[in-house]
Write a protein that binds this ligand. Structure first.
Ligand code: 3H9
Length: 693
C-alpha cells in the first residue's frame, strides 16, 4: 500500500487499484484531499498492473462535499474540476464505492467516475441549495443526464438525500453491494467491468433523458408553481432550476458554463454567506464551553408530563415518537381524555400524509399513559411541568414533585417566561431543575430553549442537550431572564410595532414589511394566530389597551373570526376598519400627529431593536454566542435562514449603521430604550458579532 499524502493511500489488489481517502470527519474535498485524488489517479494510471480503479473512503462516509470552510476563499490548485477531469478522462475505468453519504462535490466526483456502487445504507444528494448554492462542479449537468430532469429538480432544490434503493432504480448507482463489505463488493464489480470489457461510460455523454424533456417547458413551469411557497425569498432554488433547464436545452459545455456563472453569483451573495454561517451555527450550538462532551448523563427511560393541554400533549408526542414511555398527569378526567384525544388526532393526521401507519399510531399511543395521580410519576427519570404560567401554581407542583419523584431524576419546567430560579426554590434539589422551553406546536417546532438555572448541574444540562438531539430538536442553552432569548427579543420587537401604531402605521403595514423581509408573518398576524386573549381576563379588562378593546369586542383572534384583522371562513385575513378606528382613537389620545411611516423605518426599528436586545442578552451572558441567538430565531420564529438570524443580519447591515439609525430614531424608540454598550463598542471598533470569540 502506497501513501500518497496524509489523507490518502493507493492499494493494489491484483488488477485493481484502490484509492483510499481518509480525511475525517467527513472526507470533505479540502485542498489536501483534492491533491491526493489527482496524484492517486496519476499513480494508478501509470501503474501498468492496474486495470481498474476503485475510489473509496475510510471513516463514516464517502466524500460529503466541498470543504465548506474553504468556500469563498481564494482557490487553490488543483480545483475540483481538475480533480474530476483526472477521473473522468482516466483511460482505466474508475468505480466510486459509496457508503454513508455522497453529497455535493462528493456526488459530483462520483458522477465523474465511470461506475458507482453503494452499500444499502448509503445515500446520495446535492444539498448545496441548503447552503444557498448550487452544485458548482458539474452536478447540475450530470445528474439530470442520469436520473432525468424531474428527479434532478427535486434533488437540487430540496437538497434531500436519496437512499441507495432509489439511487439504483434511478440509475445513479449501478449496483448495491453487501453492507459491511463495500471494498470487497467494489473490487468484485471492478473485476466484472474488466472481464466484460465494459466501456468508459461518461455521464456527460448520456443524453437520452435530457433530450426526452426538451421542448417541454411545462416541466419547469409546473415545478416552480408547485413550490413557490417553499422557495419564497430564496435565490438558490430558482438558480438551481435554471441550471437543470440548461441541462435540458443546452449542450453539456454550455450548461457547465451557466452553472459556473450562477454558482459564482450565489457564492458572492449574502444569502449563501448567511446559510453557510447557519450550517456551522447549527453545529456550534450543541457545544457548551463549561459542559464538556464527556460530562456524565442521566439515562432517560421514562418521562412524566404534568398537564395534558396543548403544550403537554405536544411535548409527550416527542418522546413517544422515539419509543420513550410517557406518563401524563391531569387534574380532571375530561381534560385528560381531551388531551389524549388531541394527541391521537394529531397522529392520525400523519397517517393521511403517509408519514405514519395506523400500527405506528397504536404503538405510540401505547407508550402514553394518562393518570390523575401525580404519584404515578415516582419512577420517572424526567418530569416536565407544562401547566399554565403562574408562579404560585408552578411552585406548588414542583414542591409536590420533589417529594414524589425519585432522587436523581430531572424536574423540568416548560415555562416560557417565568423565573426558573424562583421555581427551583420550591424543591430540595435545585441542581436537578432545568427549563425545557418547547415551542408551540411542540410536536412540530424544532426549537428547544434549554434554560440553565443558577444551580442546574452539568449532568442535567448534558442530559437535556442529548435528549433534545434524540427527539430531533435543535437546542440552544440559555440563561434565566424574562422571556429567555426568543421571547425577550420578540418583546423588544413588539414594543416598536405597537409604538408605530400610535404614530400612524396600521398592523397590516407593519406585518407586510416583515413578511416581505421573509418572516412567515408579522407581529399582529402572529398575535391573531396565538389568540389576543392570552392572559386577558374579562372582568379586569378596562379598555386601556388596543388589545383589551379588541378582546372586549370579542375580536380575540383567528379563532373568533376577528382580531387585528377580519377573517373569512378560510381564515384569509383582511384589514379591518373596526381595528383601524380603535387604533386611531388610541393614537389621537396619545397626542401624536399621525404620519406616514416608511417601510424602511418599520423594518429598521423592528429588526434593529431585536439586534440591540440580542446584544444585551450577550452582555448578560444569557446566550453563549451570537449564533445561538440566531438559531433560536430561525427555528423558533421563522426568521428567514437566508438572512442568517438577527445577529448575522446586524453584521450584514453593519453594526455601525445599526447604531447610527438607532440614534437617529432616538426618542421614537421609546422612553425606556437604551442602546447596548456591547453593540456600541463593536460598532465603534468596526467589528461584527461574528468576531466575538
Ligand atoms: C459543495 O460541495 C459545493 C460544490 O458543489 C462545488 C464546489 C466548487 N465541509 O454534520 P456533522 C463538519 S458544498 C467542512 O455533525 P453528521 C461539521 O462542521 C458542500 N466541514 O456530522 C462538523 O464539524 P464539527 C455540500 C464539514 O454525521 C463535522 O464535520 N455538502 C462538512 O451528523 C461533523 O458533521 C454538504 O452540504 C463540509 N462539507 O452528518 C454536506 N460537512 O465536528 C454537509 C461536515 O467541528 N454535511 N463538516 O462540528 C452534512 O450534511 C453532514 O455533515 C453529514 C454528516 C450528513 C455529511
Amino acid at each position: 500500500m502506497g501513501a500518497i499524502n496524509a489523507v490518502a493511500n493507493l492499494a493494489v489488489e491484483g488488477e485493481i487499484g484502490i484509492l483510499i481517502l481518509n480525511s475525517p470527519p467527513v472526507n470533505a474535498l479540502s485542498h489536501q484531499v483534492r491533491a491526493a485524488i489527482v496524484e492517486g489517479m496519476q499513480l494508478a494510471i501509470d501503474n501498468a498492473a492496474i486495470k481498474a480503479i476503485v475510489l473509496i473512503c475510510e471513516g463514516k462516509t464517502f466524500i460529503a462535499g466541498a470543504d465548506i470552510t474553504e468556500l469563498g476563499k481564494p482557490p487553490q490548485s488543483p480545483s475540483l474540476v481538475e480533480v474530476e477531469d483526472s477521473i473522468e478522462n482516466s483511460p482505466k475505468p474508475v468505480i466510486a464505492a459509496i457508503h454513508g453519504t455522497a453529497l455535493g462535490g462528493g456526488l459530483e466526483v462520483a458522477l465523474c467516475c465511470h461506475y458507482r456502487v453503494a452499500v444499502p445504507s448509503a445515500k446520495c444528494g446535492l444539498p448545496e441549495v441548503n447552503l444557498g448554492l448550487l452544485p458548482g462542479a458539474g452536478g447540475t449537468q450530470r445528474l439530470p443526464r442520469i436520473v432525468g430532469p424531474e428527479l434532478a429538480l427535486e434533488m437540487v432544490t430540496s437538497g434531500k438525500h436519496v437512499d441507495a434503493k432509489t439511487s439504483l432504480a434511478a440509475g445513479l448507482v449501478d449496483e448495491i453491494v453487501p453492507e459491511g463489505d463495500l471494498r470487497g463488493g467494489a473490487v468484485a464489480f471492478a473485476k466484472k467491468v474488466i472481464a466484460e470489457k465494459r466501456p468508459l461510460r461518461k455521464v456527460r455523454d448520456l443524453n437520452d433523458k435530457v433530450v426526452a424533456a426538451r421542448g417541454k417547458p411545462e416541466i419547469f413551469a409546473e415545478f416552480r408553481k408547485a413550490n413557490a411557497r417553499r422557495f419564497r425569498g430564496f435565490l438558490a432554488p430558482e438558480y438551481n432550476i435554471r441550471t437543470i433547464e440548461a441541462a435540458v436545452s443546452l449542450p453539456f459545455a454550455a450548461g457547465l458554463q451557466l452553472e459556473h456563472k450562477l454558482f459564482m453569483e450565489l457564492m458572492g451573495g449574502t444569502q449563501s454567506a448567511a446559510q453557510r454561517y447557519v450550517f456551522f451555527a447549527e453545529r456550534q450550538v450543541w457545544k457548551i464551553p463549561d459542559v464538556p462532551e464527556d460530562t456524565p448523563t442521566i439515562p432517560i427511560k421514562k418521562v412524566g408530563i404534568v398537564g395534558a393541554g396543548t403544550m403537554g400533549g405536544g411535548i409527550s408526542m416527542n418522546f413517544a415518537n422515539v419509543g420513550i414511555p410517557v406518563t401524563i398527569v391531569e387534574m380532571k378526567q375530561d381534560a385528560l381524555e381531551r388531551g389524549l384525544g388531541v394527541i391521537r388526532k394529531n397522529y392520525e393526521r400523519s397517517t393521511k400524509s403517509g408519514r405514519l401507519t395506523m400500527a405506528d399510531v397504536d404503538k405510540r399511543m401505547g407508550l402514553l399513559t394518562g393518570t390523575l395521580n401525580l404519584e404515578a410519576l415516582a419512577d420517572c427519570d424526567l418530569v416536565i411541568e407544562a401547566i399554565f404560567e403562574n408562579m404560585d401554581v408552578k411552585k406548588d407542583v414542583f414542591g409536590k414533585l420533589d417529594k414524589i419523584v425519585k432522587q436523581g431524576a430531572i424536574l423540568a419546567s416548560n415555562t416560557s417566561a417565568l423565573d426558573l430560579n424562583e421555581i427551583a426554590t420550591a424543591v430540595q434539589r435545585p441542581q436537578f431543575v432545568i427549563g425545557l422551553h418547547f415551542f408551540s406546536p411542540a410536536n412540530v417546532m424544532r426549537l428547544l430553549e434549554v434554560v440553565r438555572g443558577a444551580k442546574t448541574s452539568k449532568p442535567v444540562i448534558a442530559t437535556s442537550m442529548q435528549l433534545a438531539k434524540k427527539i430531533g430538536k435543535i437546542a440552544a442553552l440559555v440563561g434565566v431572564c424574562p422571556g429567555f432569548v426568543g421571547n425577550r427579543i420578540l418583546y423588544a420587537r413588539s414594543l416598536q410595532a405597537n409604538a408605530m401604531l400610535m404614530e400612524g402605521a396600521m398592523p397590516w403595514d407593519i406585518d407586510k414589511v416583515l413578511y416581505d423581509f421573509g418572516l412567515p408573518m408579522g407581529p399582529f398576524a402572529m398575535s391573531d394566530l396565538a389568540g389576543l386573549d392570552l392572559g386577558w381576563i374579562k372582568e379586569k379588562s378596562k379598555s386601556s389597551t388596543i388589545r383589551e378593546v379588541l378582546c372586549e369586542k370579542d375580536r380575540r383572534g383567528q379563532k373568533t373570526g376577528a382580531g387585528f384583522y377580519d377573517y373569512d371562513e378560510q381564515r384569509n385575513a383582511r384589514p379591518s376598519p373596526v381595528t383601524e378606528q380603535i387604533i386611531k382613537d388610541f393614537a389621537a389620545k396619545s397626542g401624536n400627529t399621525p404620519r406616514k411611516i416608511s417601510e424602511e423605518e418599520i423594518l429598521e426599528r423592528c429588526t434593529y431593536a431585536m439586534i440591540n436586545e440580542g446584544a444585551k442578552i450577550l452582555e448578560e451572558g444569557i446566550a453563549i454566542r451570537p449564533s445561538d441567538i440566531d438559531i433560536v430565531w430561525i427555528n423558533g420564529y421563522g426568521w428567514p435562514v437566508y438572512r442568517g438570524g438577527p445577529m448575522f443580519y446586524g453584521d450584514t447591515v453593519g453594526l455601525k449603521n445599526v447604531v447610527a439609525k438607532l440614534k437617529e430614531y432616538g426618542p421614537r424608540m421609546g422612553k425606556d430604550f437604551t442602546i447596548s454598550p456591547l453593540l456600541e463598542k463593536l460598532a465603534a471598533e468596526g467589528r461584527r458579532f461574528q468576531d466575538l470569540k
